[in-house]
Design a protein around this ligand. Structure first.
Ligand SMILES: Cc1ncc(COP(=O)(O)O)c(C=O)c1O
Length: 383
């Protein structure tokens, strides 16, 4: 049973198991997959309708992102965050990964250094090398209330003149929503040391009650040094439809530097679904955030009672929990035990960088019942 009036319904496990996405195909049938970042909620009705209508019309050709995607992004950004986006500076791309790689190719030279801050979403380690640059790791700082950008260490790294910094805002896997003041400091450093900021804001709409999201391009002075890549794919669960947007705000960084064929690589159904999500999906998003907030509270309660060996800082955004399981063992020990004995799959912490030793990432974008079952199985696995 779901509690709370605006909580979104989620199908039972036997129905979810009929999904054919990667999350549901990777593990044996008796394993609860709390892994890859997709949610178990049903589609937002306006999104489901636009997709069904497209299929009814056999409207499955190439995508056309201009001008609808730009308008939808701009209106959503203005309403939600007070961020004025110039529709002419929005470019559709296949997904966030493609957007970041193409931006790195356009804005750096082969062999340049590009900074990332682990623990971070694993493809951050791949995107740079794919674009021909080398990575410079400046880990997040672990502080009393969680993880933050280490601005002093970033300044030392920026002083060596890397070409770019790929920011994760909000930050997966730790769920940190970078504060406006921190982002202002980051922009100041980027301007001083001439480092281009590429901000991955895919989790921006998933900021949970209690935190405030600051789009990087709303920070004064950011326009000349920063580019944002955003997508509706996390918040509305559209990852398979392949649509994201690069947003720029200055001619120097204008997205017309991206290869011209990029626009043909956007998923048509992705564009339709994204426009519907940003335009008509905000009430559903608000209900989703209520649901995720309930799940976050539930997870805290379950961990405290059943798995006190595992500690965490509740995330300020996302449906991902970064669990410190180091009391159980180093590296992947806990995660392997949860999988082998408990039949619950989590993401191994080490995939997010060396700082992830002893950690695992749990996806709580699921039902109350599945989360209950998962934590109870994980607790039994440690007995
Ligand atoms: C921070 C971050 N960026 C990008 C992605 C993937 O986005 P896409 O599928 O659009 O490349 C994810 C997926 O979880 C993510 O967490």
């Amino acid at each position: 049973m779901e509690s709370g009036g605006r909580s979104l319904p989620i199908d039972p496990l036997d129905v979810l198991r009929q999904r054919r996405s990667a999350k549901w195909q990777t593990y044996a049938k008796d394993v609860l997959p709390l892994t890859v970042a997709e949610m178990d909620v049903n589609l937002a009705p306006p999104v489901a309708e636009v997709l069904a209508e497209a299929v009814r019309r056999s409207d499955t050709g190439y995508g056309q992102a201009t001008p609808d995607l730009g308008r939808a992004v701009a209106r959503f950004a203005a309403r939600r965050w007070g961020w004025e986006v110039d529709t002419a500076q929005v470019t559709g791309v296949t997904d966030v990964g493609v957007g970041v790689v193409e931006l790195l190719r356009a804005l750096t030279r082969p062999g340049d250094a590009v900074v990332i801050s682990p623990p971070v979403y694993p493809p951050f380690f791949d995107w740079g090398p794919e674009a021909g640059v080398r990575l410079l790791e400046v880990p997040l700082a672990s502080v009393d209330d969680g993880w933050r950008l280490d601005l002093a260490a970033l300044e030392r790294a920026f002083a060596t003149h890397p070409a770019a910094y790929v920011l994760c805002n909000p930050h997966n896997p730790v769920g940190r929503v970078h504060a406006a003041g921190e982002l202002a400091d980051l922009v100041r450093l980027a301007r001083i040391y001439k480092v281009t900021l590429i901000s991955d804001e895919i989790h921006g709409p998933l900021v949970l009650p209690g935190a405030t999201f600051t789009p990087l391009l709303t920070v004064p002075g950011a326009a000349d040094v920063a580019v944002t890549v955003m997508s509706a794919s996390k918040a509305w669960n559209l990852a398979g439809l392949k649509c994201a947007a690069v947003v720029t705000a200055s001619p120097r960084l204008a997205a017309d530097r991206l290869p011209p064929d990029t626009r043909w690589r956007v998923g048509h159904l992705g564009v339709l679904a994204t426009v519907a999500a940003y335009t008509e999906g905000e009430a559903w998003l608000d209900d989703l955030l209520v649901t995720l907030d309930q799940r976050r509270t539930q997870l805290g309660r379950l961990l405290a009672i059943q798995l006190p060996q595992v500690t965490w800082h509740p995330p300020e955004a996302t449906f991902l929990a970064w669990l410190d399981c180091s009391a159980i063992g180093p590296d992947d020990t806990a995660r392997e035990r949860f999988l082998d004995r408990g039949r619950v799959a989590l993401e191994p912490g080490l995939r997010f960088g060396a700082a992830g030793s002893g950690y695992a990432r749990l996806n709580f974008g699921t039902s109350e019942a599945i989360l209950d079952e998962a934590i109870s199985r994980m607790a039994t696995a440690l007995e």
